[in-house]
Design a protein around this ligand. Sequence first.
Ligand SMILES: [Zn+2]
Length: 352
Amino acid sequence: MSLNYHYMQLPREVIVGNGTLERIPEVVNRLGLKGKALVLSDSQCYEIAGKKVSEQLEKSGLTPNFLLVKSMMVDDLIAVENALKEQKPRVLFGVGGGTIIDAAKLSSASQNLPFISIPTTVSHDGIASPLASIKGSEKPYSVLAQAPMAIIADIEIIAQAPWRFVVSGCGDVISKYTAVKDWRLAHLEKGEYYGGYSASLALMSAKLVTQNAELIAKKDIEGLRVLLEALISCGVAMSIGGSSRPCSGSEHLFSHALDLINAKHAMHGEQCGVGSILTAFLHGSNWQQIKATLQRIGSPITAKELGVNDEDIVKALQMAAEIRPERYTILHKLKLNYDACETVARATGIIS
Ligand SMILES: [Zn+2]
């Protein structure tokens, strides 16, 4: 008899606010962490946050060591794993943007170590999710690694990052409207597991960012907080769902396809936002609202604004389903040819 179970791995501590790095010693204490710690960062994030993290770790009684990474290619990941094997830390901290957090998540998971996420940007939902992606790997999409044991997000530090990161984060959250539609479709037509709670949590994040679009566009610190909490909730939605399903549907496949065909692509969330306009149209849902919200925030809503030519948009939409044949979405259902994809891109005003 097989036991049917559902595994959820959730962060144990989440701290969001101003000056939260000073809370590191109490988090370390509550989690009972002792001994050596490795901190993964890049040179820029080290200046912005890494130094402070180092001071706080010493106050915590941990012995921190730093490792600076440049990118998240397969070779970089191997270097991080080798450092973990050599130094044998008890915990790994990721201090940086999406790339650093992903590197920390994957390498800590492969070495059975806990990892703590200290994001310096809000460009996508990876800051709190159990999934990560590796550039240059066979799979352009993210794979299951592990959830952070704790997330310590300092809004004062995040506010220093370029505005475009915020725009990308908003696009990633707003794209959950179509991700959830695709998940529901896969449940109804293919009998795939669908977690109502997980889906609702992702949708709620998209709604909150939509409702607070004006506040976010004004670059208000409260707007940034809404976005940050929405991104963390999306990460938790994936933990509860046990996969990226609540947060990644056909619009994400479109973004991955653009990454593959267009070397100089835009940011992840910007591409997902445009993808969401296209696939909301295909679902027969309110694509105009998605487009209007993205526009309000200042996120790209045309091929030109994305910096991509019209033909690449059409090609990406056509090839998106092939990237993950097993992940059923509206694109797998409709199997659109090139002309049909072009019609959709024109009808939504993405290309003219
Ligand atoms: Zn995403």
